[in-house]
Write a protein that binds this ligand. Structure first.
Ligand code: ZN
Length: 324
């Protein structure tokens, strides 16, 4: 009887193990559990009770660890000490997650040709004149501040325009973006868009995946939340979700890292993007203000007037809005 059960189970496990991957792991687990139980069964019945208790305790612990807090409609989490968590965040936090920092998938890259071919810029509003009006309005969509303490307003809406395929951004910035790429190309600077608009579900996915990784590593929920928010923007707090931010690289440098700032293209963007309404959103040396590490690839549209002031005063969007 015992022999028979063992043979059947072994055959079954061999069958599923042969399929490889996760099934191999499951088969191994079944065999280990079977061997332990089988041995104990013939040694001491009390030992089984003890093993079962230990197993239940481990199971309870695991279910506690994977507890997910209540989530509101806007994607934010029901955590009482959120403000505390924000304070705990180090200045070295990164705006978004790139498990693979090199962008090589052609579908995720758009260059000037893509922009010109796909964007019907004649139908869209162009860039406004430089220095025409300087009365800034805090409620202007161009100046919407989004960071860890200023999440996207529930009623904020905008229309998406297509850059290329599934790559999208707020349609109002397509024309200035194209103009900027054209101006750069005239100077031999060939830029590419690698990460434009990202919807909330994608942001949530990235965040939750990071949380799960930490929880699996043994972190408590709160600890996992804290460290995840340093590596991935908390859902609702990413500028990419309002379609006004773009990650920009070039053909010869496809890594989302500090090195892009030293390339010809990175330098051109840092020095010229303001002329088209874009600012280097997370500059070096301003980490304590933005709460985000230096990101030479991340540009935010704020309009030419604001971008010019921010550039000339060597400010961040936070500082600019503060003094309005
Ligand atoms: Zn970005």
């Amino acid at each position: 009887m015992r022999e028979n059960t063992r043979n059947k189970l072994t055959a079954y496990c061999k069958k599923i193990a042969s399929k490889g991957g996760i099934r191999l792991k499951i088969a191994q687990l079944i065999m280990v559990v079977y061997i332990v139980v089988d041995k104990l069964l013939f040694i001491n019945r009390y030992a089984i009770a003890r093993v079962c208790c230990a197993f239940l305790i481990i199971l309870t612990f695991l279910s506690e660890a994977s507890f997910t807090p209540m989530k509101f409609d806007d994607g934010s989490y029901d955590i009482d000490n959120y403000e505390e968590l924000v304070k705990l965040d180090s200045a070295e936090s990164q705006e978004e997650e790139y498990l693979i920092t090199e962008v090589t998938n052609e579908e995720d890259i758009a260059n000037l040709d893509d922009l010109v071919n796909n964007v019907d810029v004649d139908d869209l509003n162009g860039t406004e004149g430089v220095g025409v009006k300087k009365d800034f309005d805090k409620n202007d969509w161009k100046l919407l501040l989004v960071n860890k303490t200023h999440t996207i307003p529930d009623d904020y809406t905008f229309t998406l325009g297509v850059i290329k395929g599934s790559m999208k951004c707020d349609e109002r910035i397509l024309k200035p973006l194209t103009e900027m790429f054209e101006a750069a190309a005239k100077e031999g600077v060939n830029l590419t868009v690698v990460s434009p608009y990202r919807d909330l579900s994608r942001q949530e996915y990235l965040f939750e995946r990071k949380m799960k990784n930490y929880i699996n590593m043994g972190y408590s929920y709160i600890e996992a939340y804290k460290v995840s928010s340093q590596a991935v923007t908390v859902p609702g707090a990413s500028e990419h979700q309002i379609g006004l931010s773009l990650d920009i690289l070039c053909d010869t440098y496809k890594n989302l890292d500090e090195g892009f700032g030293d390339t010809k293209e990175g330098e051109w963007m840092a020095q010229n993007s303001y002329k088209y309404g874009f600012i280097l959103r997370y500059p070096s040396g301003k980490e304590d203000i933005t709460g985000i590490m230096y990101e030479p690839w991340h540009f935010r549209y704020v309009g030419i007037d604001a971008a010019t002031e921010i550039f000339e005063n060597n400010e961040t969007l936070e500082e600019f809005i503060e003094r309005l």
